[in-house]
Design a protein around this ligand. Structure first.
Ligand code: SAM
Length: 257
C-alpha cells in the first residue's frame, strides 16, 4: 500500500480572487461530477444520519448541518436541490478559511428551501471552540480531511465528536489506481494547479480503517476530550465509487444537552 504523504496543496495558498484559483475551483466541480461526488455524499449522509433527518423534521426544528472546507459551496447545493423535497427544513453552515461562497450560491440554497450561511474560519479553531448553544446534527466534509497531518486530523475529528452527533466525510482513496487516474485529470480540462493538487490529494488520502483509528485515538495529549466514550459511536469506513474513501460516525442513543 502507498505510504501517506502530505504536501501543501497550491489552491489553499492562492488568493480567492486569483483567476488561476477561480479556474481551479471550476475544475474541482468537474472533478466532483466525474467522481460522482453528489451521490457518494448523499449515501454517506443517509448512512450517518439514519432516521435523524425525518425525526428532526417531526419536532418542528430545522436539521442543522455544517460543511467543513466547503470551497464554493456548490456541491452541497447539488445535494440541497436533489434532497430539498425530502429535507425541506435544513440550516446549513458553510465553513471555509477563504471567503469563496458567493451571495448567488446562498440565494440558490434559499430557492431550494435551505437556509445557508457562510462561516469564514480555520477549521482547527472551530474544532477547539465549545459553545454549547452551537451544536449540529451532522458535520459533512468532501475532499477535506486529507489536508491534515495525524495530530491535526485527531484534533479535527475530536472537535466533530464534541460539536455534532454525526459525521459524513468523503475523501480521496489512497490507491495506485486512484493515483494513476489523478495523473490523467488533464483529460477533464483541469489547469496545472488542479492537476498537481489532484495527485497530492490522492497521496494524502485514506485507506482501510485509517480514519476510524484516528477517531478512536481521540485528541492529541493536552487537548479537551469529547464527553462521550469512543464506544458510544458507530463507525463505518468504506470505499464508494472508483476513487472515494468514506467515513461515517454516528452517536448512538443521542446525548444530554
Ligand atoms: C480541495 S478543496 C474542497 C472544496 C469542496 N469541499 C469541494 O469538494 O469542492 C478544500 C477546501 O478546504 C479549505 N481549507 C483548507 N484548509 C482549511 C482549514 N484549515 N480551515 C478551513 N478551510 C480549509 C480550502 O480553502 C478549500 O476550499
Amino acid at each position: 500500500m502507498l505510504q501517506r504523504v502530505l504536501e501543501p496543496e497550491t489552491l489553499d495558498h492562492l488568493a480567492p480572487d486569483d483567476p488561476v484559483a477561480q479556474r481551479s475551483r471550476r475544475d474541482l466541480r468537474r472533478v466532483n461530477a466525474f467522481m460522482g461526488a453528489r451521490g457518494i455524499l448523499e449515501r454517506a449522509l443517509s448512512k450517518a444520519l439514519g432516521a435523524t433527518a425525518e425525526t428532526v423534521g417531526g419536532t418542528g426544528r430545522r436539521l442543522r448541518i455544517i460543511e467543513l472546507g466547503c470551497g464554493d459551496g456548490k456541491l452541497m447545493l447539488d445535494v440541497a436541490r436533489h434532497r430539498g423535497a425530502r429535507w425541506p427544513e435544513v440550516e446549513l453552515d458553510l465553513l471555509d478559511r477563504q471567503p469563496i461562497v458567493e451571495p448567488a450560491t446562498i440565494a440558490a440554497y434559499a430557492a431550494a428551501g435551505w437556509q445557508a450561511r457562510p462561516r469564514i474560519a480555520d477549521v482547527l479553531d472551530w474544532a477547539a471552540e465549545s459553545d454549547p448553544a452551537e451544536h449540529w446534527d451532522i458535520v459533512v466534509a468532501n475532499l477535506f480531511l486529507h489536508h491534515f497531518d495525524a495530530d491535526g486530523l485527531r484534533r479535527l475529528l475530536a472537535g466533530c465528536a464534541r460539536r455534532a452527533d454525526a459525521l459524513a466525510a468523503c475523501e480521496p482513496r489512497r490507491s495506485r489506481f486512484a493515483l494513476g487516474a489523478a495523473h490523467l485529470i488533464f483529460f477533464l480540462g483541469a489547469n496545472a494547479v488542479t492537476r498537481r493538487d489532484g495527485v497530492l490529494s490522492v497521496r494524502a488520502g485514506f485507506f482501510g480503517r485509517e480514519l476510524s483509528d484516528a477517531w478512536q485515538a481521540g485528541p492529541p495529549p493536552g487537548d479537551a476530550a469529547p464527553a462521550e466514550a469512543p464506544s458510544a459511536w458507530r463507525l463505518d469506513e468504506y470505499d464508494d465509487g472508483l476513487f472515494t474513501h468514506c467515513f461515517c460516525a454516528t452517536l448512538v442513543g443521542g446525548r444530554d444537552r
